[in-house]
Ligand binder design. Structure first.
Ligand code: ADP
Length: 546
């Protein structure tokens, strides 16, 4: 027997209808690419997204067409997402930090018909357009006054495109399982693969994300999504924030410490989300200038491990709660988040810090377990680590056009490629990406654990630990360090700092200092490139091997 409830497809543009109806005058602020701050409202975004959807339809956009964006977080980028999906299209986020050949591969693979592009990235596309065979139109996200001289095919200013239609338009009624968004994983090995979100998965994920034990979003918040819309679906914020009708501030292009600080204070932000490298720049700016935060209450930090020293500074020095999150593009992207269980909230800060340094507990809609190499489930004891696999309605079941083949096991679980522990309370801790774990004498060493401690040293800006070949132990850890500007520390200082904080046999065999630790397009340390750089590094302990 079926239930007797209404059939109301979960479509993302219904989220925008809701925001416009119930929070129509709530502000959306953008630090624009052209320079000045622009202000609109959820009502304004709604109206312009309708016009865009109508203009796109008039220009022949059909359901399922992929229309790409190559853009910073701005209100126009938000309108593009809603306008494209409201016309039945699929927004496809291109990450400008990728290499040009990757951008070409991705846009061709997706068969993008249009690219909405910020002024910043016009020169990149001008160089690539001969290779972008499927792109018919380039929409420059600006107005006629700021339109550059460009040779891009059929270039049109976004504001001119909007004048081609009024807002008298009905969003397309689609099946809730229709494709909605496309985001390629950065593909550290092999070609990037496309994760194709549906309307239903985006809506469900956003509803899960805004819960009190997840991002805890409410209408009373002012949210600054620093995590780019081109990185892992902006952690749901383009959908979860309008569900609450909260004020939203779009940071544009400038994500350095000073620019972020000025927005946090100037717009009285209460909640924000970004990868650790962005927060590192903010903390360094605030420390150097003796600044405080007056309105910020919570930050979500994820994408790579958040070091305990960062959590401690935010919470104890600045009074800002840290929500340490883990996720991946394939999960829409949030998988776990570090909000504490009721009983853990009563514990002293030091104990809480240990828990918060883990990656957190799964949100509803994410099932999770760890497996050994033979696919057998491992105990949830907080000690045993294994391959982390996940299942849920906002988790990919395959990549676009079948790339990568079958990606689910026979029970429908997706292997995340991460190695993790799960404890009896449900807190998950990432040991490493499977391909980054250091195998020493048959045992595994977690590079993340050592990095987390090393960045607590006052002279260290970024720490990366990689395995280097060793004649006796297969691999031994090498600590690669980028010092803070003007700071100094020796190998002996750093090893002494680690001494007593990690197991003796985890102690790096050597320390190498670099100008800059390489960071990839989604803010992660490029371990592959570091391993390449140090592949011939001779450890001082290697001679003692025989
Ligand atoms: P990519 O396209 O680089 O795979 P994702 O953002 O999808 O980009 O990366 C997901 C991966 O990032 C995870 O599988 C995990 O290895 C890593 N990651 C994300 N959040 C965390 C975290 N809080 N701690 C440790 N690793 C993390």
């Amino acid at each position: 027997m079926l239930g007797l409830m209404q059939d109301w497809p979960l479509l993302v543009h219904r989220v925008l209808d809701h925001a416009a109806t119930y929070a129509g005058d709530k502000e959306i602020v953008t630090r624009s690419i052209e320079g000045p701050v622009r202000r609109t409202t959820w009502g304004g975004i709604h109206n312009r997204s309708l016009r865009l959807a109508k203009a796109l339809t008039k220009r022949g956009v059909k359901p399922g067409d992929r229309l790409a964006t190559l853009a910073w977080n701005t209100e126009r980028h938000l309108e593009a997402w809603y306008g494209i999906t409201g016309a039945g299209g699929v927004y496809h986020t291109l990450n400008p930090r990728l290499f040009p050949e990757q951008l070409v591969y991705i846009a061709n693979h997706a068969e993008d018909r249009m690219i909405f592009v910020d002024l910043t990235f016009v020169p990149i596309l001008e160089k690539l357009q001969d290779q972008l065979k499927t792109v018919e139109t380039y929409v420059i996200l600006t107005d006629a006054a700021h339109m550059p001289q460009t040779g891009l095919r059929n270039a049109v200013a976004y504001e001119d495109l909007l004048t081609e239609a009024d807002d008298d338009f009905d969003w397309l009624t689609l099946d809730e399982n229709a494709a909605c968004g496309l985001c390629y994983t950065s593909g550290t090995t092999g070609n990037p693969k496309g994760v194709l979100y549906s309307h239903r998965s985006n809506v469900l994920h956003a509803m899960a994300a805004l819960q009190a034990d997840v991002l805890a979003l409410s209408n009373a918040d002012t949210v600054l999504p620093i995590v780019p819309m081109f990185h892992a679906n902006a952690w749901s914020l383009a959908f979860s924030v309008p569900m609450t009708g909260a004020k939203m501030v779009m940071p544009g292009q400038k994500l350095d410490g000073e620019s972020v600080y000025n927005l946090l204070e100037g717009e009285q932000i209460t909640m924000s989300a970004a990868v650790p490298t962005v927060w590192l720049m903010l903390l360094q700016h605030m420390e150097a200038n003796n600044l405080k935060l007056s309105t910020l209450k919570r930050v979500a930090i994820g994408g790579s491990a958040c070091p305990p020293v960062m959590i401690q500074k935010f919470e104890q020095v600045y009074g800002v709660e840290v929500m340490h999150a883990w996720g991946m593009t394939e999960l829409s992207p949030i998988g776990t988040i570090g909000s504490l269980l009721a009983r853990d909230r009563k514990k002293p800060f030091d104990e809480q810090l240990k828990i918060k340094s883990k990656q957190g507990r799964p949100l509803f809609t994410v099932e999770m377990k760890i497996l050994d190499d033979d696919g057998k489930e491992l105990p949830r004891d907080g000690k045993t680590f294994g391959h982390l696999v996940v299942r849920g309605p906002a988790i990919a079941k395959g990549y676009f056009k079948g790339e990568g083949g079958q990606i689910l096991d026979e029970d429908g679980f997706f292997d995340t490629g991460d190695v993790a522990t799960l404890d009896p309370d449900g807190y998950m801790q990432i040991t490493d990406r499977a391909k980054d774990v250091i195998k020493s004498g048959g045992e595994w060493i977690s590079s993340i654990d050592i990095e987390n401690i090393a960045v607590g040293h006052p002279a260290v800006a970024v720490a990366a630990v990689i395995g280097v070949a060793h004649p006796k132990w297969d691999e031994r850890p090498l600590l690669v360090v980028q010092l803070k500007p003007g700071a100094s520390a020796t190998k002996e200082d750093l090893l002494a700092y680690l001494d007593g904080k990690i197991a003796k046999w985890w102690m790096p065999d050597d320390v190498a200092f670099v100008e800059a630790v390489p960071i990839n397009a989604t803010g992660k340390i490029q371990k592959l490139s570091l391993r390449e750089t140090f592949k011939n590094h001779v450890l001082p302990t290697a001679g003692r091997a025989a």
